[in-house]
Design a protein around this ligand. Sequence first.
Ligand code: AMP
Ligand code: MG
Length: 343
Amino acid sequence: MNRVLVPLQMDGAMPLLGARVQQLDGQTMGTTWQVRWVGQGNGPQSQQAEAVRVAVQGVLDLVVAQMSTWLPGSDLDRFNRAGAGSRHVLPEAMADVLDAALWLAQVSGGAFNPAAGALVNAWGFGPSPRYTDPGFAPPDSEAVQLALARQDWRRLRWDRTKREAQQPGGLLLDFSAIAKGHAVDLVSRRLAAIGIGHTLVEVGGELRGQGLRPDGQPWWVDLETPPTCAGQAPLPTTRVALHGLCVATSGDYRRVYTHGGQRLPHTLDPRHGQPVSHGLASVSVVHTECLWADAWSTALTVLGVQDGLALARAHGVAALFVQREADGRFTETLSPAMEALAE
Ligand code: AMP
Ligand code: MG
């Protein structure tokens, strides 16, 4: 292990001595979830485990029903299909996500764009067509221009107090870069609300840790690193104590295809309509809210090391950038807030 990140504050929670770490997992959002908690009972059949399963799956199903681009009839899908001028009162969690996403779109100069759905579809990363479909071809420049013309988030009228969003016509929301993180926060809070406060919640690689393990240790997690080629020196390991902290990683190696020798990852730069190509292999963000860890990691991936570092510094965001250099080696860059956690 080469680097250890620890929170700047402890929340004063006492460990549940003598209790055991329990674990459950399942499927959601085209990926997996896993929850660990400190509790009584013995194994996945216990009454408490059943209560945890119901609570977790209930929250995740709710997020999918609201914010999935993949579920026909979700609130997001209905907004996307609705006619110009129609008004939609959004459910609370979706309103929170939209509000955060619009703010980040603004401060990132459109690098993060919650209305990039048309572009995501054009590049084959939406429900249809899929880049994995036989005969799928990336969009030509005309198709990219058409998608760009449909992604201006500033056309969306948003009344936060009424939670009312107006479809300006043809705008396709896509919350895939932020909703998973929010789902992690909501699961963690739901468990706390039913009296389970020492938890490690994970959905598709995004994590949130609260409280302590029974031995008084925080939840230790190693950050995800990009895969290395054969013979290449492994990247340093970064181990983080998730005590009142979350971590999310966006990587260019997860959902990616190649065309004409070019890597086309699923993170798109909405400013010119192409998949990101500046060689950032991954960005991990540590934050007290997983919604923000998730959203920032995507935004910084689009911006690249130089601009991303400047924005992370300006907003005190703890970020670790892993850049794939021309010779295949990786170099790491830490934002000042991330350096502070490493001290
Ligand atoms: P993540 O894995 O959190 O980085 O999210 C990636 C997903 O977010 C993609 O599969 C797209 O659905 C969507 N997406 C891609 N580019 C952007 C962007 N620039 N801003 C917001 N969402 C995006
Ligand atoms: Mg994200």
